[in-house]
Design a protein around this ligand. Sequence first.
Ligand code: SF4
Ligand code: SF4
Length: 184
Amino acid sequence: MAIRVRKQVEFSFYEKSYLPEVARGVFVTLSHFFHNLFGRRATRPLQTLRYPYERRVYPQRFRGQHRLLAREDGSPRCVACYMCATACPAYCIHIVAAESPDPKIEKYPAAFEIDMLRCIYCGFCVEACPEDAIRMDTGIHTPAFLRREDAVVGRVDLMSLSGQAGTPPAFGAQNYREKKPAGA
Ligand code: SF4
Ligand code: SF4
């Protein structure tokens, strides 16, 4: 097998000194520094914000804390089918199914809990739900918890949250659950 020898590249004195490249690197660093310090917000979306006094507007598809949706009568839309818990790779959804008082519905979640410290915000539960009963469109970060047990959020708390106005389901602009109009 032929061995190929790379021709040695000759650097000029200017290149060997490295000083121009060092100066260029310092210039880039300083330009970002002053850019962040005095830059105009509208044209510089990566500018450092003075959180919590200033907050970034998240895109509509941002996956925030979960919420459970309710029917018109206020009962949970969830039918306790366990699809979300089965799809969850972090095993952080705990559901206890019970017989629904509504004869048209087989089951409802007597308990529905999500362990927020185990959740990896993948959105698989939202994807798996056949009832569009769980969404991650609240726009809320995982809150800070002082006690381990506070991180387990139950059905009542999940149902008390609302979605961001006009937010589509977590996975995009197209709500594939909506039925197409007749003839479409
Ligand atoms: S977002 Fe992912 S990890 Fe979190 S509860 Fe849903 S499926 Fe589980
Ligand atoms: S949230 Fe959806 S997927 Fe999970 S148990 Fe309820 S109906 Fe089934």
